[in-house]
Design a protein around this ligand. Structure first.
Ligand code: AMP
Length: 192
């Protein structure tokens, strides 16, 4: 990543609204932090759940929102139509490819199966050398602790080499996650 690059951060997070308030607050703080830094949000284009919260926070703080949504989800009227750019794709796979291409960093906030699937896929792609973009897990309230414990088991029993710990960073809150990504915006290289 070259010095002075604008960060386009792809955010994976819950489509559910019915989650504890601390996660909704964290999603809002993350969106505000993106906008404050002038970093566009790239995300799944939904208006619901933490996804909608992040997008609205970015907009409220004067930032830019790029949503990438498959036609079927848009038709179910959950698309965030206020997005500055709403890219409508034919399939879920096309959508993921565009999200990957448009972003130069990835952040996972608390979420369900969709979020986990997106996080694990982007980690696997980095492990296999398809990209070298930073990935940060925003471990609000320790939400991801059981997943991180599973990662430890993966390393301990040699299902993945210890060096793959460097595939991702874990930060306890939105501000530390954004500060971590700032490091890359300033031109630091990912090692390992
Ligand atoms: P989940 O964690 O299961 O709620 O899934 C959320 C993730 O999957 C998001 O990061 C989105 O990219 C995608 N996703 C799931 N549901 C939707 C939806 N209704 N609209 C847009 N994207 C969605």
């Amino acid at each position: 990543m070259k010095k002075g690059n604008e960060m386009h951060v792809c955010v994976y997070c819950a489509s559910s609204d019915d989650v504890p308030a601390l996660y909704i607050e964290a999603a809002y703080t993350f969106g505000e932090g993106l906008a404050r830094r002038g970093w566009p949000l790239v995300y799944g284009g939904g208006s619901i759940g933490l996804m909608g919260t992040v997008a609205r926070a970015v907009h409220t703080s004067g930032g830019r929102v790029i949503g990438v949504i498959p036609q079927t989800l848009l038709e179910r009227e959950v698309g965030y139509r206020e997005a500055d750019e709403l890219i409508v794709t034919g399939t879920l796979r096309e959508r993921k490819q565009i999200m990957d291409d448009r972003a130069n960093a990835f952040a996972a906030l608390p979420g369900g199966f969709g979020t986990l699937e997106e996080l694990l896929e982007i980690m696997t792609l980095r492990m296999l050398g398809y990209h070298t973009k930073p990935i940060v897990i925003v471990n609000v309230g320790g939400y991801f602790d059981p997943l991180l414990a599973q990662f430890e088991r993966i390393f301990a029993q040699n299902f993945a080499h210890e060096r793959y710990r460097r595939l991702y960073a874990v930060k306890a809150d939105p501000d530390s996650a954004l500060e971590y990504l700032e490091h890359f915006a300033l031109g630091a290289e990912i090692r390992g």
